[in-house]
Design a protein around this ligand. Sequence first.
Ligand SMILES: NC(=O)c1ccc[n+]([C@@H]2O[C@H](COP(=O)([O-])OP(=O)(O)OC[C@H]3O[C@@H](n4cnc5c(N)ncnc54)[C@H](OP(=O)(O)O)[C@@H]3O)[C@@H](O)[C@H]2O)c1
Length: 382
Amino acid sequence: MKAQVIEDYCFTPDFKLVELEKPSQLNNKQLLVKIKVVGLNRGDSLIRRGDAKLVFKFKMPCIMGLEGAGTVEAVGAGVTKFKIGDDVIVFLKNDRLGTTAEYTVCAEDELVLKPNNMDFKQAAGVPTVTCTALEMFRSYSPINDVIKREIEHCKVHGKLTDAYEENDRQNVDILVIGASGGVGMAAIILAKGFLSRYFNIKVYGVCSGKNVQVVKSLGADVVIDYTQTTAKDGADNYHPKSSTTPSICQMVKENGGKRIDLVLNCVPGYYFYDDVVQNLCSSSPQVVYTSAAPQGPCKVTYWTLVQFGSFIISAKTKSFFSGYPAYYFARLVVNAEDLEFVANYALEKNWMPITEFDFADINKAHEILDSERAVGKLVLIL
Ligand SMILES: NC(=O)c1ccc[n+]([C@@H]2O[C@H](COP(=O)([O-])OP(=O)(O)OC[C@H]3O[C@@H](n4cnc5c(N)ncnc54)[C@H](OP(=O)(O)O)[C@@H]3O)[C@@H](O)[C@H]2O)c1
């Protein structure tokens, strides 16, 4: 079988297309999936570079890839949920990798059936970004209650509960920073599609000028170009109070965002929490981060772990005092139940732009991930 392999951690993408033996041994509970499309994520580039090997260490040479979509080709005798020929979405658990290959061996709880109304390219990129966005929304308790209830309802009835009457919907204003990236776009799609059935959702998206239109097209009500704010100088600097250039949150306020309930921050760097503290605190928003790292290449060392930890602890401690927003750190939870819910019920027909690469061009795709300028999803076609 064809596989894209790294022989060692590599700062510059250095995948080699190799021919390996197709896996032939399955245990009772395993399945063999023929991968058709691989979904790529920013985390793949961090893993490839070895930036996080202190916490996520992989045996080399390594077939990478956490997610993808394909067809079940063989099943172990004890497999009950899937059969040969089923089209599935793959989301590997327990820090396992292996979708950048023609075949991958999975456990039953690493797969969900691909919905018929979703093509393989869309399906391959759903797991990481939507499950991270779902986890971010869970930190806001009125939304968490709805997510919990809808997951249970869908399991029993195979559909969402009825949408609320417009007058019964609570207002929730959401600021999405990094709105043109995979997680940011997934958050907007879930907010404006699924969550707007139960809440009056207003989304403020933040991205660079070139991506304003695409973020608007996903349904964001207001889009702020961060290159017109002090965030253009990098997200590790704080907004200087004396600056004549506005900060992101000052721009949000100028655009009507006096009250923000939830800030979903999908960009590394310390600028954003501080900006919310300086400019949006009167509305007591909740701030949810996907990353506690500074912006740009960042090797996880014992020292940086101490730095991340102290950033999280200091933000959490401050949030006990009035005048500081509540702070949460959302981490990706690989969970077939969440994926099944999102893919079948919460996404409806909406999806983000997809950039396709041939399987042979994985190095080019990783260069884009490294740049932190990916727009929507990047996928590899086998
Ligand atoms: N905690 C977890 O388990 C978990 C899971 C998934 C992802 N993550 C993390 O979440 C983050 C987002 O992931 P992703 O896949 O969405 O990344 P991505 O696709 O690389 O998106 C990055 C986005 O950030 C925007 N951006 C860069 N600098 C900015 C700035 N100064 N101000 C505002 N926006 C800026 C870029 O917008 P422009 O191109 O318009 O400049 C780009 O669209 C990454 O750091 C990733 O590592 C964490």
